[in-house]
Ligand binder design. Sequence first.
Ligand SMILES: *Cc1c(COP(=O)(O)O)cnc(C)c1O
Length: 450
Amino acid sequence: MSSVPQERRIVTAIPGPKSQELQARRVNTVAGGVGSVLPVFTTRVDGGIIEDVDGNRLIDFGSGIAVTSVGGSAEAVVRRASAQLEDFTHTCFMVTPYEGYIEVCEQLAELTPGDHAKKSALFNSGAEAVENAVKIARAYTKRPAVVVFDHGYHGRTNLTMALTAKNMPYKQGFGPFAPEVHRVPVAYGYRWPTGAENAGAEAAKAAMEQITKQIGAENVAAIIIEPVLGEGGFIEPAKGFLPAMVKFANDNGIVFVADEIQSGFCRTGQWFACEDEGIVPDLITTAKGIAGGLPLAAVTGRAEIMDAAHAGGLGGTYGGNPVACAGAIGAIETMKEQDLNGKAKRIEEVMKGRLSKMQEKFGIIGDIRGRGAMIAIELVKDPATKEPNPEAATALAKACHAEGLLVLTCGTYGNVLRFLPPLVIGEDLLNEGLDIIEGGLAILEANETV
Ligand SMILES: *Cc1c(COP(=O)(O)O)cnc(C)c1O
């Protein structure tokens, strides 16, 4: 554990001179397609703070995109992963297995929704988990089609690009994409034409009609949805939508897959976001928050579905790497011991309280949404028209970065500011971060730049 002092400290411009030097080297050697939200080069991360090479300490509202929920150097993760590193780094589970992999699968069976018999397979990245969920669903149903949703995000590999809704930056120029992927409407309450109260039922009806009329339910292997849509703008499908889609899947022999890669592992104040509406998915994909920063992903689900793929049909050289498994066991232990579900709920309470007050003051906040420590504001030019305001989102993120608060943007229209603090962040840092956001909104309004 690096025990970085838990206080913001800005000693240079952001990014500072040493970061700028490294950025110049980076530009010469790192492919231009790989971006960075904020090119401050990191030295240490702990709790709610990111320290950079110039000695600045930034407040972290990003967690490396919802990964370091337990902090960037959590004691139990570092201890267990270090011990594993000394014993062995790799064997390949498909060559000679080891206990850590089994322990992670046991934890996943215990923590994921539903008390049916469950099995898991481990992988390296979220995209790989989603790809394997599709392989498993197709092997089980012997059907080809996959249904996904508007505003959905599932990764950057060929199949998961096809599953992802947004063209720029994820897909532009990278086709052709995998076939038999079909996109249907999702209940985006804030932008539903007849109002949020009708979104759940109407969107579900439209989605089901599209599936039966355009694809044929009997051709569909899987319906894949994020219980809270992440990159698409932290969209919580309006009440009733997810249960309706689960029922439709069950009635038609379709495997229902919850992609909880961003929303899982205490992020929304539950182990998994689908618990809020009592959803029990057939398969669930996890990654990001699972292993305290080490690369690990999983598909977990009904034993009879998971066993549908033939022996040798699933796997990969590094999938379920022993060091990553040790990290996951440490991360899960930390989540339980420090009640990080409770912490996420408290973060929601503080954030939504403060953001609601800002919404009253600043007209550009059209919507505040999300759950737990997965909270976002959608910025608009005018609350009456709801016209997206991506310029304001970019300007506000920039203003926050300059003050030493790391925030991320997202959303199909690029107009959503998302907040994903580590669940272990101190409440003082949380409030200081919110002060910076409020200050940024005031500057935006004063400058009338947006
Ligand atoms: C990040 C993300 C993925 C892709 O995960 P990678 O580890 O980046 O491949 C898939 N689905 C969702 C919902 C995500 O947020």
